[in-house]
Write a protein that binds this ligand. Structure first.
Ligand SMILES: [Zn+2]
Length: 148
């Protein structure tokens, strides 16, 4: 890691801590030559995953956003915390296995719905009703039909 001040190659880590609720690691480094300090951040690969929306625009994948959606869907459901954690973990795994760093909003929506369906049908229907704003009303009806 080059020193941003004097470009010296010899820098050492003087402090290392988790930040952004464990989603990143912040390292304080000190240059061996000029002794100035700077920070570096280490984030997981999936943090840079891009969601391609229906209109073609891209947005960085935000797990916190998915979590918020899931929390709404799981409101007052038994075992909500464990279920949310399980779904988020499984989605994270699936996303990491992918070879590309882009996924369509529809694809990720379906991924979440699929997981929800396995875990909690009520939460699934609730999430689907929010999700319909991303997809089409038609596909939402289709979802409802498959649950019967
Ligand atoms: Zn330096």
């Amino acid at each position: 890691m080059l020193c941003p001040y004097c470009n010296a190659k010899d820098t050492k880590v003087v402090d290392s801590r988790e930040t952004q609720e464990g989603r990143a690691i912040r390292r304080r480094r000190e240059c061996a030559k000029c002794h100035r300090r700077f920070s570096t951040y280490e984030v997981r690969e999936t943090a840079r995953l891009l969601i391609v929306k229906k209109d073609g625009t891209k947005e960085e994948y935000d797990q916190a956003k998915v979590e918020r959606g899931l929390r709404r869907a799981f409101e007052k459901r038994p075992g909500a915390e464990e279920k949310i954690e399980k779904i988020l973990g499984e989605i994270e795994c699936l996303l990491q296995e992918r070879q590309t760093n882009e996924i369509s909003s529809r694809e990720i929506g379906n991924l979440i719905l699929q997981k929800l369906k396995e875990v909690d049908e009520v939460a699934y229907i609730r999430f689907a009703s929010v999700y319909k704003s991303f997809g089409s009303v038609k596909s939402f009806r289709k979802i409802l039909e498959t649950i019967g």
